[in-house]
Design a protein around this ligand. Sequence first.
Ligand code: SF4
Ligand code: SF4
Ligand code: FES
Length: 320
Amino acid sequence: MDVQLKIHRFVEGKKWVDTYTVPITTGLTVLNALTYVKEKLDPTLSFTSACRSSICGACAVRVNGNAELSCEVLVEDLLARYQTEELTIEPLGNFTVIRDLVVDWDPKYARIKKVKPTLHPKDDFTSETGCLQSPEDFNKYKKYAGCILCGSCVSECNKNTLNADDFLDPFAFVKAEKLVADSRSKTPAEHLKAVLDAGLWRCFNCQECTAKCPKGLDPAGAIEKLKEATFRHHLDDNVGARHAKAIYDDISESGTLDESKLNIKSEGYFMSALRLPMALRLMNTGKMDPLASHPVNPEIKTIAAIVKAAEQADKEEATS
Ligand code: SF4
Ligand code: SF4
Ligand code: FES
């Protein structure tokens, strides 16, 4: 059996799609298939890879619209997943393409510097004693140390697609959470201030980064942990934190959101006044009624129990 690979080509500003037929052998990965094309069918095709063992992150591409590590994913599995005999292969999204499937990492490396990605150890560590850490403390950030900088998360990040100027790549937040959660660091607040400036609260929470990470690192979860940490470090005098707090208060008290007050609590009266045209549209369509009393959800007891359980789980995680 063969697979048809429709590969997006890009050379010196010219774009086109080439179709290649590759025989499927047992255990054929997408990277094996690309290598077959380059070696047997078309030496002009460009792509990147290095370790071929899912550890260097160099080989990620988009297959049928989803980022994949090409050395890890099997062609047969993809054909079964999409119920097809044809795969479309493109470069990662939200990157500048250099040639064919090769993307430019230089701007991404420059952006990751925004989170101040260096660990500054506490003063009580010395060159004689080293930076000792308990296994429990190590486990708090171990997961995030597994990022292989493959770019799959940013490829599918909806916020980056809309506007990358005021928001970082998801892996940069993973890096920041690794540093903030590291008990050896004396500067977690510095990294938190940096991610706040770099758009922490602008994440859409769409979970695409988490769904696409081949290492299961949960970048969206890292972003939520960073948000939590900003409260612990009293870095919560900003619109995002006030918005989250307003939602938390409304849900805890009544189980429903008070839309007519949410914006005032988040942005203050002046900024809310500037949003009057939108408020009028919401009132016009019946989505908001500032005169109506704020209803209490009939399931408020269940909601209160969920809030309490979540608070307890948070406390246990913080002390574990
Ligand atoms: S959850 Fe946030 S960081 Fe992750 S893909 Fe969505 S917008 Fe991007
Ligand atoms: S967070 Fe996951 S998807 Fe993003 S670069 Fe790191 S390993 Fe790749
Ligand atoms: S080639 Fe290294 S992760 Fe695929």
